[in-house]
Design a protein. Structure first.
Length: 331
C-alpha cells in the first residue's frame, strides 16, 4: 500500500510572536486543490537528497575555495583551468545523480496543471538550479524557467562570437578534465586533501566556431544578467492574469534578488506562500504572513506529500525507469 501524506514525518513550523499561521497539511491541500495559478521557486535544497552539495553556509567550500568566488567572470579570467575543474566536477556529479521524489512530483504537477488558469499553463517553475535533474525528471520544458542556466550549456568567451551549444553532456568535456571513478574510493577532487591535476590552458575546450575563444559553462555567474528570454517568459505569465493563488519556495532562502522579488510579486496578486526548507531560518523576502505555511523537512519527502491530492502517489522507482536520461558521451 502506498504511503499517504498523513503518514509523512516532516514538521510544520508555526512558532511566531506576532501571527498565527495556517500550519497543517489539510489547509494546504484544500488550497492547492482549488488553485489554478501556481508559481514555484526552486533552490539547491531541492537536489540535496540526490546527493548534490548546496554550496551554501558552512559547507560552501570546494577544496579550499569559496564556491561563490569561483562562479564569477573574474575567476575564469584569472584561472580558467581551476574554474573548469570545478564545473567539470559539478557536471560529473550531476550526471551520476538521480532525480528525487520532489523533482518527479513537481514535474507531475506541471503536467496536471496544463491548460488550467490564464497564460501558458497553470503552473510555472522558476529554478535557480543548474544540475539538470528537473529536466531528467520529465518536467515540461515550456513551464520550467532556468534562471541561472545549465551546467550542460556551453558558450564562447569571445565577445564577438555568438557560439552557444545547449545540452552538451560530454563527460569529460575534454580529456584533460577526466575524473577517474574506478579507484575505491573514487577520486574526490572536491577535497583539498586530493592532489588537483594541473590543466594547461591549451588543453581547455576551444570554440569550434571562431577557433580562438575559450569555451565556458553556460551558467549565469555572479555579476551577470539573467537570461532575457527566460525573464520575459516569466513576466508574460505573471502579467497574463490579475491573480496568483500560491507560490511555493522550495530549498532556497529566496532572499537573493531578483529571484527573491517573485515572492512579493506573487503576494501582490493574492498568493499565499508555502516554504519548504530544512532550515527554519530561511524565511522568504518579507517574512511569513497569516495564512502562509512553513514546512520543515527534506524536500524529497515534503513536496510529494503536499502535492499528493493533485498528483497522486509518487512512485519514484517506476518513474526512474522512464527517466529522461542525458545522452552522456565518454571522451
Amino acid at each position: 500500500m502506498a504511503p499517504s501524506a498523513s503518514q509523512s514525518t516532516f514538521q510544520l513550523h508555526t512558532q511566531t510572536s506576532s501571527s498565527t499561521f495556517a500550519a497543517d497539511t489539510s489547509s494546504f491541500h484544500a488550497h492547492i486543490t482549488k488553485s489554478t495559478r501556481i508559481l514555484a521557486l526552486l533552490g539547491a535544497g531541492l537536489s540535496a537528497s540526490s546527493g548534490l552539495p548546496t554550496f551554501r553556509g558552512a559547507g560552501g567550500l570546494w577544496r579550499e575555495h569559496d564556491a561563490t568566488e569561483l562562479a564569477t567572470p573574474e575567476a575564469f579570467d584569472e584561472d580558467p583551468g581551476l574554474v573548469w575543474q570545478f564545473y567539470n566536477w559539478r557536471r560529473h556529479m550531476a550526471l551520476k545523480a538521480q532525480p528525487n521524489a520532489a523533482h518527479y512530483a513537481l514535474a507531475e504537477l506541471a503536467r496536471k496543471m496544463e491548460g488550467r488558469g490564464e497564460g501558458e499553463g497553470g503552473f510555472q517553475t522558476l529554478s535557480q538550479n543548474v544540475d539538470g535533474l528537473s529536466q531528467r525528471a520529465g518536467h515540461p520544458r515550456s513551464t520550467l524557467h532556468l534562471l541561472h542556466g545549465s551546467l550542460y550549456d556551453i558558450k564562447c568567451t569571445d565577445f564577438y562570437c555568438k557560439y552557444f551549444q545547449p545540452d552538451n553532456f560530454t563527460n569529460p568535456i575534454v580529456p584533460a578534465l577526466h575524473i577517474d571513478d574506478s579507484p575505491s574510493p573514487p577520486e574526490d577532487i572536491s577535497s583539498a586533501h586530493f592532489p588537483l591535476p594541473e590543466v594547461r590552458l591549451e588543453d581547455l575546450p576551444r570554440c569550434p566556431s571562431c577557433g580562438s575563444g575559450l569555451l565556458r559553462p553556460g551558467v549565469v555567474w555572479f555579476g551577470e544578467m539573467l537570461p532575457e528570454k527566460v525573464m520575459r517568459a516569466v513576466e508574460n505569465w505573471i502579467t497574463a492574469s490579475e491573480k496568483i493563488d500560491l507560490i511555493m519556495v522550495i530549498g532556497t532562502s529566496s532572499n537573493v534578488h531578483p529571484a527573491a522579488g517573485y515572492v512579493s510579486v506573487a503576494r501582490a496578486k493574492g498568493a499565499r506562500v508555502a516554504v519548504i526548507n530544512t532550515d527554519k531560518r530561511h524565511l522568504p523576502d518579507g517574512g511569513l504572513r497569516e495564512g502562509d505555511w512553513f514546512f520543515v523537512g527534506d524536500a524529497a519527502e515534503v513536496v510529494p506529500a503536499l502535492l499528493e491530492p493533485v498528483i497522486g502517489y509518487v512512485d519514484v522507482a517506476k518513474m526512474q525507469e522512464k527517466e529522461t536520461e542525458p545522452v552522456e558521451k565518454e571522451k
